[in-house]
Ligand binder design. Structure first.
Ligand code: BES
Ligand code: MN
Ligand code: ZN
Length: 509
């Protein structure tokens, strides 16, 4: 779908979209359209239960006195609630109403609204972003076009004051959306197509955007002593990989402002769990729902999409992405419950449950990232525990951190983007629960409670004193139903969140 911005005006072909505020208060454009259609808008509002609620829509098909195919009223809610998030939801609702309706082009009239914090151009940008996010589709494996569901809307024009400004702002956001769409593609791909080697190849395509990409294979990882990550992959035919992506948007260390002298000036580092399929290994999962485990590489998908976003919009930051890619299979060489492995950090781990594999992968990826790059902070993302779904469902990612400032920055970025995080506790009493009888630690605690927290405690043992945050995204990576700004399926939760974190806190101004 092509998105364009132009100055205010009424000419439109196909569908025309106007906003209605809560309580059916018409925006300026809605009033104008109501006059042009001799009261059709007000009559329609009276005849329906639509009340201008945020994210709801009402369609009038082929209104008399116009050449329009459709007139769409989109609810904007209260003026005081009209933030970027609300507008994205409204934009998503516009796409949901028109995307497969048969209409090919739509024009949205965006007005200044009394009492709203955003100007019309900023509102238009938010709506455009929401519409684009909702328009995502994965068609790669369809050999027959699905006649009824095939998208028809190919052009969306937003008309507002300050169209040039909106156009420039949206261009930057569109680079971020390219990252989001890449993540969604990767997470949606089936695991016979996407496995460590092929996922690494997809990451290597970022070299086109001047990202430096290195791929380490099993031999190199063995030399580095990554016994924890390698143990997970050893039951699979597929070779495990570790991918390192570097975006140098703030110049090389030792050059310019970024002198790379102290920790504060190290790169921002993002680490992702990339289990391309998680059968559980010898601690085999049950059959029902096992197909969901194709998205167990979600954390790595977000890190790859994020680096694409940062490079695409030429963010003035040095950022590193590290993803540990493995397939967790119950092969004849698979690791056994009770095996002891030695991680790159030197710490030993008793593997009591081969299905608690994500933390084993991250242990080496985190240590490697910390050791090599001396980052100013590390954020890791992982579909790590089923327990976080019990705690938070699909509304928040779990946030675990050793650093209050980083936690606050993530929480703020979450509120702005709608990719919200909820901080969970860490503490010594939880940490003790992963002490092993025969090694430095075990990969599962013996108690049944606090499974997400003890998993995070495990990760914390591999980051030293570096400011670190772990996002458990098991509940938010895959949507079972359509969301306002994502069709059901892969959400790419985390890309926009972390892009905002970087934009607000790490970039040279
Ligand atoms: N990949 C799973 C966690 C998961 C569950 C992600 C549901 C997405 C949806 C992880 O590797 C796992 O199996 N965790 C176990 C840990 C347990 C064995 C301590 C779990 O959550 O049951
Ligand atoms: Mn598992
Ligand atoms: Zn897993």
């Amino acid at each position: 779908m092509k998105i364009a911005f132009s100055d205010p005006g009424m000419t439109a072909a196909g569908a025309l979209v106007v906003g209605v505020l809560e309580g059916n208060k018409l925006t300026a454009s809605a009033k104008a359209v109501d006059r042009k259609t001799r009261g059709a808008v007000k009559r329609a509002l009276k005849a329906s239960r639509f009340k201008g609620q945020a994210g709801r829509t009402l369609t009038l098909v082929a209104p008399a006195g116009t050449r329009l195919e459709r007139l769409l009223l989109v609810g904007l809610g209260k003026p005081s609630g009209l933030d970027d998030n609300a507008l994205q939801k409204a934009g998503g609702a516009v796409y949901a109403a028109l995307g497969t309706s048969g209409t090919r082009a739509a024009t949205v009239l965006v007005d200044d609204v009394d009492g709203a914090a955003l100007s019309a151009d900023a509102m238009a940008v938010g709506m455009a972003e929401g519409a684009k996010l909702r328009s995502y589709r994965f068609d790669r494996y369809r050999t027959k076009p699905d006649k009824d569901d095939k998208p028809t809307l190919t052009a969306l024009t937003l008309r507002c004051k300050g169209a040039a400004k909106a156009r420039a702002a949206f261009k930057v956001r569109e680079s971020v959306l390219d990252g989001v769409f890449l993540t969604r593609d990767l997470v949606t791909e089936p695991p016979n197509v996407l496995y460590p080697e092929t996922l690494a190849k997809r990451a290597q395509e970022l070299t086109k955007l001047d990202v430096k990409v290195e791929v380490l294979g099993e031999a190199q990882m063995k030399k580095l002593g990554m016994g924890s990550l390698l143990g997970v992959g050893q039951g699979s035919e597929r070779e495990s990989k570790l991918v390192v992506m570097q975006w140098q948007g703030a110049g090389k260390p030792g050059q310019g402002k970024d002198k790379g002298k102290d920790k504060d000036e190290g790169p921002c580092c993002f680490v992702g769990k990339g289990v391309t399929f998680d059968t559980g290994g010898i601690s085999l999962k049950q059959a029902a729902g096992m197909e969901d485990m194709k998205y167990d590489m979600g954390g790595s998908g977000v890190v790859i999409g994020l680096i694409k976003a940062l490079a695409g919009r030429k963010a003035k930051v040095n950022a590193v992405g590290v993803v540990g890619l493995v397939e967790n299979m119950p092969g004849s060489n698979a690791q056994r419950p009770s095996d002891v492995v030695t991680s790159m950090s030197g710490q030993t781990i008793e593997v009591l449950n081969t299905d608690a594999e994500g933390r084993l992968v991250l242990a080496d990826a985190l240590h490697y990232a910390n050791d090599r790059f001396k980052p100013r902070f590390i954020v890791d993302l992982a579909t790590l525990t089923g327990a976080i779904i019990i705690s938070l469902g699909d509304q928040y990612a779990g946030l675990f951190s050793n650093d209050d400032k980083l936690s606050e920055q993530l929480t703020a970025a979450g509120k702005k983007t709608g990719e919200t995080v909820w901080r969970m506790p860490l503490g010594e009493a939880y940490d003790k629960q992963i002490n092993s009888d025969i090694a430095d630690m075990k990969n599962v605690s013996d108690g049944r409670g606090a499974g997400s927290i003890t998993a995070a405690q495990f990760l914390q043992r591999f980051v030293g004193k570096t400011p670190w945050a772990h996002l458990d995204i098991a509940g938010v990576t895959w949507a079972k139903k359509d969301l306002p700004t994502a069709p059901k399926g892969a959400t790419a939760f985390g890309v926009r969140l972390l892009d905002r974190l970087v934009a607000d806190n790490c970039e040279e101004k």
